[in-house]
Structures are given as structure tokens and as C-alpha cells.
Design a binder for this molecule. Structure first.
Ligand SMILES: [Zn+2]
Length: 659
């Protein structure tokens, strides 16, 4: 039986009353069972950067969620703490589930695991319910004789006090590294498999303007884990500054964090009796924050490049970096301040055991997407032709935002620009841009697709370097030397960072940026932003601590009635119309052409006809047909099949076979 659970925001009055009655009778409350199937064979599926590269073995065993992983409580673990970088669509998927089945027969099963306080907490967090509204509904529930807290702050375990320090130019709240890390590690301890229990931490520092009508702004210190897939979606806030400008002293701002992290690096952390050791994986910021953190000259100064020692030229009010090869900075040259003109003073980061050049990375979200790509589109829009992107119905669900006209470029978000440069740009620009400019753009796209794809970013790293060298060289002649700014120049250094840290998505600000948006949205009044943000963070953490882990690798979005059989499945098997594969963040929907084609690791493209859960088996299988006449989209400057650009005729298909 396919179990369903409704979220409290969508139930009918009758259903809600039924839940209340069950609560009154104090039925035993079963928490969600922890899904920890140690016997599972990991899916042999990987996302290869830009492409959905999926390899399903015949032995693929993906567990079917027996519990209701789509409940509000369960899905919140993703929504609240997990940072879904390029896809916010899962919430919609979950909504679909609630529409499927609505019978009393299912309701009785649902109520067994109903905990009204958990569900209310989930509801408040998911829908960002105001305190007044929440207090009102608590009053209604209480008047029905149900024992719930009278005040939302009690329900949410909102902190009653805050330790806020005054520092130069503003105030600062330190959430603490251990305070934020420990709950997650305690929860996941038995599931974390990293060599010698060493976790690598990524650090992000960024400024966040709070409104357009004032200078009020936050500066945040965020971290993530960079070498553990299980934890890779979590972004944790460690310290937050509020003021009308950035903190005056980077040293004063960073001191509490540095004190914490040095302790952590030296002593490790005892989690349930296991000692975890820590290393710093990367430090990521946008260019202004990076200059601030490194305590060096701005990126638009004469010696503004953080990776090489090139002296820029000031042309038409812009700082340009026209040389392709310059002497690279090194950790030693940075710490000894060999190029005096570059440094403004010492950087607090020098206290950390990191490489001050290789580990303080260039971020492609800012430099490539919001920087170079946006500027290129601005050139094209301001030029002769408006270029429209592809029809929205052809865009797979993995993209948060549907493409819009390029004349909206000033409003484009980083994810839209990423989609344009990695996926759609070469297609929509073909024939709409001069041949020379199109070939030039192709150099950029090919290099990025190499650097973003885990399987080839190292083997073709030198090729990407040559393509970018050529791109930057031609940029000057095509668009003008005065437009070879720091962002364009920094492309030359991207392959080096990929060599050190792996593909571009291993060290990007997309995750951090998502978290910053949560922080921004959690502030309702301008009066006490630090307290408000902290309350929301602690409430979420409390919710996280008290709820069990949901590890189902696949979310079933929609089941269909199986009233047929074929050589590949029988009547007793379960069939699905739509599933979501969490690890890959990929949706497969057999009834929607935008989500029914997948690319296998060997570059074969298949169309999915059926999603089957065989009876008495743990795994799923896909019944597919291969598209037979695929070919490269282009052969210059490289064979496009290398970077996953293929053309196919979806009509000429192979025989049906299972994966
Ligand atoms: Zn440079």
C-alpha cells in the first residue's frame, strides 16, 4: 500500500479534527523510522557537472521509502538545513504527492505517527508563519482541549537571551563553531565515512545588504563540509555582524571565529566518543570580500589579482589585466609580502594552516556567471539583436528559473546565468551572433563545461587552460582592451583552482548564496536584525536536533496504478510516473518530455518509458530505449561529445531494454 501523509497546511477540517481526536486520546506516537539500510548498494549514478549522467546497473538497489518521506516534517530536513543549490523544485514535487490519495483508509495509517508539536513546528518553519498567526492557531488548538504551548516561542524553543558584542562600526553575534557543528555530527556520526574521520571545512565570508533604502547590512561567516557527501548540503552560520558599513577591522570581526577554528584544528571534536579531526578545505568570497579578508588592495587596483602579480593598466576608467602569463603568487610570497604594493597589512587568515593562494579560491558564481557571462550578454543586448532563449517547456525541472529574454539581463540571477553559459547559450545564440563572436563564446563554454564536469575536469584541464587563454586573448580584440577587467582575467586562473579542489561546483558560492537568502528572508523588522536571524537559526537547529534523519535516496513523487504487464514488469510490480533522485537532484517523469530523457555515463541518451519497483526487491529499474543516431553538435574547438553536447533524433529508437 502506498502510504500518504498530508502536511498540516493542506489538510481538510475533517481530517484535522481526526488528527486532533487521536492526539486527545494520546495514542502512542511513533517517530519516523530511521532509514538506515546498510545493505543498500549505492546507486551507480553520478551527476557529471552539466549533464545528467546516470548509469543504472542491473543490480541497482535503490530502497523504496516505506515510511512517509514526503511528510512535511521529513521534507523539512531538506528544506531547512539542506541547501539545494540549483533546484528549489522539490517543494513543488512534495505538493504533488499530497494530491494523489485522499482516503480515510490512508488517514488511519497517517495518524499513527502524528505528533502535533512537530507538525506545527514544521508548518511554522516551512511557511514562515508570523508569530501572531501561530499564536492564534495555538489558541484554537488549545481551546479544542489539546495540550500545546500557549506561545509560539515556547513551541519553537526560541532563545530568550542573546550575547551580542559591540565591535567597531556595529554589533556581532557569535553562534560558535562547535555549537553549530556538533548537533549535525552527533546526528550523522554513524553514517559518516571519511578517511580517519577527517572533515574538511569550507569557509565563506560575505556582506549582505538588508534594504535598498538604508546602509543596514550583515556580514556573515558561513561554513560547509567539503569532503563528505552526506553533509555536503549543509551550510552553517558561525558569526554575524550587523552595521551600516562593513566591520572596520577584519581582525576584530574574525577573532572569535579564528579562536574557534584554531581550537578545532588543533584538538578535533569528540562526537559520541569518536574524535573528528578538521582541516580547512577552501575559503570563498566575492572579490570585494576577498580583498577585505586578505587585507590586500581591491580587485580593481593596479595589483588587484589575488592569484598573480600582474600590474594592471588603467584604460578608460577601468583597470585592465591584458597579459596572459604572469608570475603566480605563492603561499610563501603572500606571507612574506614580496609584492608590497599588493598588501595593506597582515591577514587574519595567515593564522590558519592553509595555502594563502591555492586555498583562497576564485568563485565561478561571481566571476564567471555574474561577471563575465552577464557582461557578454549585456554586450549582445546593447548591440544589434535581442536574442531569446529556448522555449520554457523544453527546460528540465533541475533548473530553478525558467529562461527569459536576454533584454532582462540586468535582473538575471546567478543560476539563470549559469544555465545560459553552461547549457542554453550556445544553442540560442547559433545564428543570432556573428560567426566570430559565436566561435569566441564557444571557447568560453567548452572550457567551463570541462571544468565543471567531475569526470573530465582533471584529464582535460590543460585543454581548458588553452581555451581560456585564447578566449581572454580574443576578448581584447573583439570587445576592446578596456573590457579585459579582473573578472575576465581571473578566468585564466580557474583551471589551477580546479586542479587543487576538483570541479567548479566543489568550490562555488551558490550554496552560501542560498543560505544568505534564507537569512535575508528571516528578517521581518529592521530594529533587531541580529536577534531575529539568530532566533530563526536556533529554532531550525532545535527542530533538526529533535527529528530523525531521512535518507531515502529517491523521493517518489507520483505512483501510477499498474494494470498491465510487459516482458519487463508484472502486475504485482509498482510503477511510478515521477521520481526525484536526491543525490543527483534529478527528476525523471515518464509523461513529460523535458524530464524523460537521461544521458548515461557512456554518453548514450535514453528515453525512460517506465519506472518500476519490482515486487520483493529493494531497487528500482528503468525501462528505456536508446536514441540511436546521436552525434556531436560541433567539432571545433573540441569534439562536443567530450563535454556532453550531442544532437539526437528522439524518433529513431532502439528496442526496449531495462537499466
Ligand atoms: Zn592574475
Amino acid at each position: 500500500m502506498f502510504r500518504k501523509k498530508k502536511c498540516i497546511g493542506e489538510v481538510t477540517t475533517r481530517y484535522f479534527r481526526k488528527m486532533l481526536n487521536m492526539e486527545k486520546q494520546k495514542h502512542p506516537i511513533n517517530k519516523y523510522l530511521q532509514s538506515n539500510n546498510s545493505n543498500l548498494t549505492s546507486p551507480n549514478i553520478t551527476k557529471s557537472g552539466t549533464n545528467t549522467i546516470v548509469e543504472f546497473n542491473h543490480s541497482l538497489k535503490l530502497p523504496v521509502p516505506e515510511k512517509d518521506s514526503n511528510s512535511l516534517s521529513a521534507s523539512l530536513l531538506d528544506d531547512i538545513l539542506y541547501t539545494n543549490v540549483f533546484n528549489d523544485d522539490i517543494g513543488d514535487n512534495n505538493c504533488d504527492i499530497h494530491d494523489d490519495i485522499d482516503s480515510d483508509d490512508n488517514s488511519s495509517k497517517i495518524i499513527e505517527s502524528f505528533n502535533i508539536e512537530d507538525e506545527l513546528r514544521s508548518w511554522v518553519l516551512k511557511f514562515k508563519v508570523s508569530h501572531n498567526s501561530a499564536n492564534c492557531i495555538l489558541g484554537i488548538i488549545k481551546s479544542a482541549g489539546i495540550n500545546v504551548p500557549k506561545d509560539i516561542r515556547t513551541l519553537m524553543k526560541t532563545p530568550t537571551t542573546h550575547v551580542i558584542s559591540n565591535i567597531d562600526q556595529g554589533s556581532y553575534i557569535h553562534l560558535g563553531l562547535e555549537n553549530m557543528i556538533l548537533p549535525i555530527l552527533k546526528k550523522y556520526d554513524s553514517l559518516i565515512y571519511t578517511p580517519n574521520k577527517v572533515l574538511k571545512i569550507g569557509i565563506n565570508l560575505d556582506g549582505l545588504p538588508l534594504s535598498r533604502s538604508s546602509k543596514s547590512q550583515l556580514w556573515t561567516i558561513l561554513i560547509e563540509f567539503t569532503n563528505c557527501n552526506l553533509l555536503s548540503g549543509y551550510v552553517l552560520p558561525i558569526g554575524i555582524f550587523h552595521g551600516n558599513s562593513k566591520p572596520k577591522s577584519i581582525h576584530e570581526f574574525l577573532n572569535p571565529f579564528l579562536s574557534d577554528i584554531l581550537t578545532l584544528l588543533n584538538c578535533g571534536l569528540n562526537v559520541n566518543g569518536n574524535i573528528y579531526q578538521f582541516e580547512v578545505g577552501h575559503v570563498l568570497c566575492d572579490s570585494p570580500a576577498k580583498s577585505f579578508l586578505l587585507n590586500v588592495k581591491s580587485f580593481n587596483a593596479y595589483f588587484g589579482c589575488t592569484a598573480c602579480t600582474q600590474e594592471g593598466s588603467y584604460i578608460n576608467n577601468r583597470m585592465e589585466f591584458l597579459e596572459i602569463e604572469s608570475l603566480l603568487r605563492t603561499d610563501k610570497s603572500f606571507r612574506s609580502k614580496t609584492q608590497e604594493e599588493y598588501h595593506k597589512g597582515s591577514s587574519p587568515l595567515e593564522l590558519l594552516p592553509i595555502d594563502m593562494i591555492n586555498d583562497v579560491c576564485i568563485d565561478y558564481m561571481h566571476n564567471v556567471c555574474l561577471g563575465v557571462t552577464k557582461r557578454l550578454i549585456e554586450f549582445w543586448v546593447r548591440g544589434k539583436k535581442d536574442v531569446r532563449l529556448i522555449d520554457e517547456n523544453k527546460v528540465p525541472s533541475e533548473f530553478i528559473r525558467l529562461p527569459r529574454g536576454l533584454d532582462d539581463i540586468e535582473f538575471y540571477k546567478a543560476t539563470e546565468l549559469r544555465m545560459f553559459v553552461i547549457h542554453s547559450g550556445l544553442i540560442v545564440l547559433k545564428g543570432n551572433l556573428s560567426k566570430q563572436m559565436y566561435s569566441h563564446f564557444k571557447l568560453f563554454v567548452c572550457a567551463l563545461r570541462i571544468l565543471i564536469t567531475p569526470d573530465i575536469c582533471q584529464t582535460f584541464n590543460n585543454l581548458a587552460q588553452s581555451l581560456l587563454n585564447e578566449f581572454v586573448t580574443q576578448y581584447s580584440s573583439l570587445y576592446g582592451a578596456h573590457f579585459v577587467t579582473y573578472n575576465v582575467h581571473s578566468l585564466l586562473h580557474l583551471p589551477m583552482y580546479v586542479k587543487v579542489h576538483g570541479c567548479l561546483d566543489n568550490f562555488s558560492c551558490f550554496k552560501y548564496e542560498n543560505y544568505l537568502q534564507f537569512i535575508k528572508k528571516s528578517i521581518k523588522s529592521a530594529k533587531y536584525p541580529l536577534q531575529e536571524v539568530t532566533n530563526r537559526i536556533i529554532e531550525k537547529q532545535n527542530y533538526f536536533i529533535t527529528n530523525d534523519i531521512v535518507l531515502d535516496p529517491i523521493v517518489i513523487v507520483k505512483e501510477i496504478i499498474n494494470n498491465t504487464s510487459s516482458p519487463y514488469f508484472c502486475l504485482a510490480d509498482r510503477l511510478y510516473e515521477k521520481i526525484f533522485i536526491k543525490e543527483l537532484k534529478v527528476t525523471i517523469n515518464i509523461n513529460n518530455k523535458r524530464d524523460k530523457y537521461i544521458m548515461l555515463k557512456n554518453n548514450d541518451i535514453v528515453v525512460v518509458n517506465n519506472i518500476v519497483k519490482p515486487q520483493n526487491e529493494l531497487g528500482f529499474k528503468l525501462i528505456v530505449q536508446k536514441c540511436l543516431n546521436s552525434s556531436s553538435l560541433f567539432t571545433e574547438p573540441i569534439e562536443s561529445s567530450i563535454i556532453g553536447f550531442l544532437t539526437v533524433n528522439p524518433i529513431i529508437l532502439s528496442k526496449i531494454f531495462p537499466l
